[in-house]
Design a protein around this ligand. Sequence first.
Ligand code: NAP
Length: 264
Amino acid sequence: MYQLAILGVGKMGSAILNGIMKSCLYKKEDILLYVHSDEKLDYYSKNGYQVTNNVERVFEDSKIILLAIKPQMFPQVLESSKKYDYTARCVISIAAGLSISYIEGYFQNAFVVRAMPNTPAQIGRGVTTVCSNDSSNIYFHSAMNIFNSIGVAYEIEEDKMDDSLALNGSMPAYLYVFAKAFIEDAKENGIDFETAKKLAVESIKSSCDMILESDDSIDTLITNVCSKGGTTLAGLDELKKNNFEETIKKCARACANRSKELSK
Ligand SMILES: NC(=O)c1ccc[n+]([C@@H]2O[C@H](COP(=O)([O-])OP(=O)(O)OC[C@H]3O[C@@H](n4cnc5c(N)ncnc54)[C@H](OP(=O)(O)O)[C@@H]3O)[C@@H](O)[C@H]2O)c1
């Protein structure tokens, strides 16, 4: 039996596979990859992986099954999963908005882990929230190892998954919008794109490190950048006039509410 099967090797599936291989968590011969396209079948088999486009091999023959296909593909791809029993086996889903009980409907008697990684997993710096249907899940540690191999993983209760989605799963998109607006303004004012990108992104990275590493509160860190009548305050006043903080909170709620809608 394979130690691990990855069902879907797209953006997230391949990022997870890379993390696992870099961390030497499993050997190639212990992993089964389920791929959809012939190109990927060729590519991964030429690279020494066990690959299949017969999904039933995954259901029959794997201890841990990691689902990395899009949520809308579940009914079609997982149709035949219900024929098998998954006692003492584990299913890990990274599908946005799909609850543990929904996954249990496809995999009877399985330990189920639901996880939400984010796209920086592609450079080994993902942030993943993880929860399980059973506190005695013998595979939970393995699941945490898998997600720690693509960055850092935090255990969280399932009922917090939707409300925390903006903090990790969707955060990259929100932060990209923030960075893009500053970079575009700089470009419009004569600073070349590459210089603007480096200045903005390095400042975002180091400021984020300050939040993590400094003993000061975020409010104090903000105050420390400002002087009365100065440049930073002029910009912050503009953000305040435009309800920036309220808008960000609305963005986080819209993200959480959509996740709740999808799980119905
Ligand atoms: N992207 C994110 O920010 C993010 C973050 C957290 C969680 N997720 C979750 O991660 C999962 C995968 O997302 P992704 O961004 O990695 O998607 P993706 O890059 O589009 O990958 C989807 C995978 O599904 C395969 N596939 C397509 N059609 C199929 C079919 N008819 N039958 C079987 N397999 C099929 C594709 O195979 P081929 O390439 O061979 O066609 C591909 O490997 C989703 O559930 C998503 O909710 C994504």
